[in-house]
Design a binder for this molecule. Structure first.
Ligand code: CMP
Length: 148
């Protein structure tokens, strides 16, 4: 069965047109269907709201600042087992772990630091729901599922 996930190309990767194109191609090569795609810039309060669960962590300030530092691209992706597949493609959050354990992954190849790590992906069905609604508030998941 098809599953939806939210994938974000973060400002560090969007800033490099070649990287952005490579990531777009990677999505297509891995059999994701792009249901929706949009380029946007966050205000600081969008960033704070999206990452509220991390408030209090030592990296929170730099994370919210970074995510509001420039344009990013959000994808609503569909695929069988989409959440797991996208997370596997991204590789581990921490750049050193990504380099050593998953050098072929997106973060293994392109990640700069633990914060500037190129991409985001929903980590569960519940967070996919919340995050899809955050980026694509007009999208009606139930309606889309019915059509499938
Ligand atoms: P993301 O998948 O967007 O979810 C939370 C983000 O917090 C994560 O990617 C990183 O960008 C950031 N993050 C997580 N852990 C750390 C860390 N140890 N140091 C700095 N940033 C982090």
């Amino acid at each position: 069965v098809l599953q939806l996930t939210l994938a974000v190309i973060k400002p560090d990767a969007v800033a490099h047109p070649v990287m952005l194109e490579a990531l777009h191609q990677r999505i297509l090569d891995n059999n994701f269907v792009i249901v929706k795609c949009k380029d946007l810039v966050w205000r600081r309060q969008d960033s704070e709201r999206f990452y509220a669960e991390h408030s209090g962590r030592f990296f929170y300030q730099r994370l919210v600042e970074f995510m509001a530092s420039g344009p990013m691209r959000a994808y609503l992706l569909a695929r069988e087992d989409a959440i797991r597949h996208w997370r596997e493609l991204m590789g581990p959050t921490k750049v050193f772990r990504a380099r050593y354990t998953a050098p072929e992954s997106i973060r293994g190849q392109f990640g700069l630091t633990d914060t500037r790590n190129t991409t985001h992906g929903s980590d569960s069905i519940e967070s996919a729901r919340r995050e899809i609604d955050f980026f694509f508030p007009d999208f009606c998941m139930e309606e889309w599922m019915d059509k499938e």
